[in-house]
Design a binder for this molecule. Structure first.
Ligand code: NDP
Ligand code: A1CAB
Length: 272
């Protein structure tokens, strides 16, 4: 089915989803985006072939599916301002970190279908990953549409318990930023050893891409893939021993836990 989609708040995350949807063949004419700043509208229209407006009410009125893509602390005000035009048959998809289905449902004030999602920005280049959970109003057909839409810009996983959305955020929603940070540090280290920035970036990023491709394309134990590179008393062993000595396991575990805990805090802050 060809549905009209509205994105309320076209910033980093909505742009990544819109870019992914457009690249996979979704028609620009069926996508409306909103932002308060009209100065941004022309460039977003040109970039994605969509219609931009500052009028959230109008955008929601046109839509079968509404993606809610503003920051968590803005969500309640934005929903309050559109609640009076919400129709029972519409599907709402929130991308906001922490915000629970119950809060979204109470603010929307109608028993509409709601999906809470946690996507990530690699959606822009078709390799996103999204965790999803739906409220009980969401039909099987709507869930199938959501699965297909999110698959069009990457992969998806439905979770059974809403609590697990915090872990989804820690393992995929925020995680591209951890890997970007690792790359930044590696590239700087390469430059410190004398390589130019472009060569350093190419070497480190291709290595990360290759590692990710091996893990996703080969059905092999990740630890074994690591051991396959690690010659006894060789170069890799020297690097890995340093990582362990410097506490790589506790460092990464602490970062993942901090992310999930922040998501829980956001949930509590906006609990209804
Ligand atoms: N960035 C990421 O990697 C991820 C983000 N998320 C979630 O996505 C949501 C958005 O995050 P992100 O895209 O990073 O943030 P951004 O600030 O980049 O995007 C939010 C956009 O909302 C617009 N906006 C704010 N208020 C309004 C309003 N009243 N009406 C219409 N548009 C409005 C802003 O544009 P303007 O100022 O022009 O109005 C802004 O561009 C958050 O809830 C976050 O938790 C989820 C997963 C990953
Ligand atoms: O940092 C954040 O809060 C958002 C949610 C996941 C990624 N970015």
């Amino acid at each position: 089915m060809s549905l009209k989609i509205a994105f309320v708040g076209v910033g980093n995350m909505a742009s990544a989803i819109i870019g992914g949807l457009r690249a996979s063949g979704y028609a620009g004419e069926s996508i409306i985006g909103t932002s308060r700043n009209p100065d941004k509208h022309k460039s977003l229209e040109a970039q994605y072939g969509i219609v931009m407006t500052a009028d959230n009410e109008w955008a929601v009125e046109q839509a079968d599916v509404v993606f809610l893509c503003v920051k968590p602390h803005m969500m309640r005000d934005v929903i309050d301002s559109i609640a009076h035009v919400v129709r029972d048959e519409q599907l709402f998809i929130s991308v906001a970190a922490g915000l629970e289905l119950a809060a979204l449902s109470a603010w929307l004030k109608k028993p509409v279908a709601i999906v809470r999602s946690m996507p990530n920005t690699p959606s822009l280049v078709g390799v996103g990953m999204s965790g999803l959970i739906a409220n009980e109003q969401t039909t099987g057909e709507q869930k199938q549409w959501v699965s297909d839409a999110f698959d069009s810009f990457g992969g998806h996983a439905w979770v059974e318990q809403e609590e697990h959305m915090h872990t989804v955020t820690a393992l995929s929603g925020s995680a591209p930023a951890y890997f970007f940070r690792v790359l930044e540090v590696m590239i700087e280290a390469g430059q410190a050893q004398g390589l130019d920035a472009a060569t350093s970036r190419k070497l480190a990023t291709q290595a990360m891409k290759g590692a990710a491709a091996m893990v996703t394309e080969l059905d092999e134990d990740i630890a074994q893939l690591r051991r396959n590179i690690t010659s006894p008393n060789g170069t890799t062993q020297a690097a890995l021993e340093t990582l362990e000595e410097q506490g790589v396991e506790s460092l990464i575990t602490a970062a993942v836990n901090a992310c999930a805990n922040r998501s829980k805090e956001l949930g509590k802050q906006y609990k209804v």
